[in-house]
Design a protein around this ligand. Structure first.
Ligand code: UDP
Length: 331
């Protein structure tokens, strides 16, 4: 059934890809974004857009009513691990308090289906790999904690209000739209793949490798890079399951194939045909050595199939974006 979907943070990296997928699957997206991190250029001309803060409950309630919203997807969060350690209140305020405001507006308006961007950072340092959804969640930074706090609030809302939700625990979102029109543009940029492209394009002197003495095959951290379009499709595949009131779902989303920092750098160099100058540095505080997903629950229950199963195909889409948009959406 076609749904009216409010996409909070729909002008951001993952949100904008989801908006495109929603339209492609016959749903009607409506975007709310305060443009603190989102980009006006990522909002399609034919999608209703409200430049609004999600802490503004009155405005959010009005939008839920006026647009006859069936389901809310929430992508608007701060997501810098290091910053969350230095400024935890900023993270609790935006990622927890503002999200609770949004949930209150939904409960008040009787909108009870929710898709939430959670993170593998809720697991902290996992006791075993690959990570399954039932491993204990002990985040080691405030960012991961704020996401876990919302996951827990969603369980309580299910019991109290018959609220249905799916929390997707993303591994490392990467890549860009295949046609090169949407991509990653964070300010400041801290993520590995865009920074390696900056080094490949000569826009930064070198890429710094944070830690070469981890207990991993080449001494650098292992992560699970998953294409942003693959992530987005799972968000829509879950809709039918949310029709059942009081459902609380959790899914890991990753490819399950770990890649080291050095492998990422080599792949970018190979795909772009450019030299990537490298400097080895100390470990970055708060980085677990290895994080990669067992996503078999999403594969089984949502019939989730990866279109970009390998790092090279993900990096190829990112290369088109970075080559043609060296200044991101400003290019
Ligand atoms: N990383 C790095 N140099 C950089 C940025 C990141 O070596 O300039 C490493 C980081 O330590 C981690 C991996 O790349 O092991 C992925 O980091 P990113 O910030 O992209 O994502 P995270 O896994 O922290 O969410």
């Amino acid at each position: 059934m076609e749904k009216n979907v409010l996409v909070v943070g729909g002008a951001g990296y993952i949100g904008s890809h989801c908006v495109r997928q929603l339209t492609g699957h016959g749903h009607r997206p409506v975007i709310v974004d305060n443009l603190a991190f989102g980009h006006r250029e990522a909002v399609p001309a034919d999608v209703p857009f409200y430049e609004c803060d999600l802490g503004d409950s009155t405005a959010v309630r009005e939008i839920l009513k006026k647009e006859d919203i069936d389901l809310v997807m929430h992508f608007a969060a701060f997501a810098y691990v290091g910053e969350s350690v230095e400024n935890p209140l900023k993270y609790y305020f935006n990622n927890v308090v503002a999200t609770i405001n949004l949930l209150k507006a939904m409960v008040d308006e009787g909108v009870n289906q929710f898709v939430f961007s959670s993170t593998c950072a809720t697991y902290g340092v996992p006791p075993s790999l690959p990570i399954t959804e039932d491993l204990p969640q002990h985040p080691i930074n405030p960012y991961g904690q704020t996401k876990l706090d919302v996951e827990n609030a969603l369980k309580a809302l299910a019991r109290a209000h018959g609220f249905s939700s799916a929390s997707f625990r993303y591994f490392n979102a990467a890549g860009a739209a295949e046609d090169g029109s949407l991509g990653e543009d964070h300010r400041p940029e801290t993520h590995l793949i865009p920074l390696v492209f900056d080094a490949a394009l000569g826009r930064r002197e070198q890429i710094r490798i944070f830690g070469t003495d981890y207990d991993t095959p080449d001494g650098t951290c292992l992560r699970d890079y998953v294409h942003v379009d693959d992530l987005s499709r799972a968000h829509i595949a879950v809709f039918d399951r949310l029709e059942n009131p009081g459902t609380t779902l959790h899914y890991n989303l990753g490819t399950g194939t770990p890649a080291s920092v050095r492998e990422v750098i080599d792949t970018v160099a190979g795909v772009s045909g450019r030299n990537v100058p490298v400097v080895e540095e100390a470990r970055r505080p708060g980085d677990p050595p290895s994080l990669y997903a067992d996503s078999s629950r999403a594969v089984r229950e949502l019939d989730w199939k990866l279109r970009f199963p390998d790092l090279e195909s993900i990096v190829e889409t990112a290369w088109r974006w970075h080559r043609d948009h060296p200044d991101g959406y400003r290019s």
